[in-house]
Write a protein that binds this ligand. Structure first.
Ligand code: ATP
Length: 236
């Protein structure tokens, strides 16, 4: 569950990136966030893992108000979130396997189980057996798959992605969109920002639209499939 209550974000210097944003996303929903460049999409997404904090209002994740979450508690929050954000770049001096392993190293996961999870995550994104390769040798679409594998390796119940198909050829973009849809079908709550809403249209996602920092659209598909559970069941 992701709840925004009257959220505003003013950056240092006074720029208001978000104002009066209210919405609630239920477990298992697929939500596409759209809006023009500068509308506040990235800012909104960054408030969920507490990369940024709201200037006013509250952000609740699974019932917990994270607006004033102490720094020390942030890693625990993020453990339950899969993040594919603009700043989640791959480490180009480490191979694919080590990139995907990183979140498990940070959380001190037992090594043998961690290796099994990395292999399962790579398999899930179609990169089975590619762990020893270096990111620079992969296509843009494959690099994005590595970033997605890294985001899901902790088996999060919520997956958040900021323009995951930007800079990709249309065929790669469609594949990546398909991957997010398959996670959602497996019960994961997915919130994804995109300029290309048509990529997800076949699944009839709920659409949130931002304009100049304000939420101007919130449309749910008929017969919404929300409340499917929220536990990730995409691994063998
Ligand atoms: N760290 C920051 N400091 C000051 N202003 C910022 C900061 N980050 C974003 N902004 C401003 O806030 C506004 C919203 O930016 P944001 O990146 O959230 O929009 P966006 O909808 O994601 O845009 P895009 O589609 O171009 O990525 C922009 O005017 C941007 O310049």
């Amino acid at each position: 569950m992701i709840v925004f209550e009257d959220v505003a974000k003013r950056y240092a210097g006074g720029y208001t990136a978000l104002a009066g944003v209210d919405f609630a996303i239920r477990h298992g929903e697929l939500v596409v966030l759209s809006g023009h460049s500068g509308a506040g999409k990235s800012t909104l997404l960054k408030l969920i893992p507490v990369i940024e904090r709201p200037s006013a209002g509250r952000v609740l994740i699974n019932g917990q108000d994270v607006s004033h979450l102490p720094k020390a508690a942030i890693p625990y929050l993020r453990r339950n979130l899969g993040l594919v954000l603009q700043e989640s770049r791959l480490l180009f001096d480490r191979n694919v396997f080590d990139n995907v392993m990183l979140p498990l190293v940070i959380t001190g996961h037992p090594p043998r189980d961690a290796a099994r999870r990395v292999a399962a995550a790579l398999d899930r994104v179609g990169l089975n057996g590619r762990g020893k390769e270096m990111p620079a040798g992969l296509s843009g679409g494959e690099q994005q798959r590595v970033a997605i594998a890294r985001a899901i390796v902790n088996r999060p119940s919520i997956l958040i992605a900021d323009e995951p198909t930007a800079h990709l050829d249309p065929a790669y973009a469609a594949d990546i969109a398909e991957l997010f849809l398959s996670f959602n079908e497996a019960g994961v709550t997915v919130l994804v920002s995109t300029h290309d809403v048509s990529l997800f249209a076949a699944s009839q996602p709920r659409r949130l639209v931002l304009e100049k920092g304000e939420l101007t659209g919130d449309s749910r598909p008929a017969g919404s499939t929300a409340d499917k559970g929220g536990e990730m069941r995409v691994f063998a």
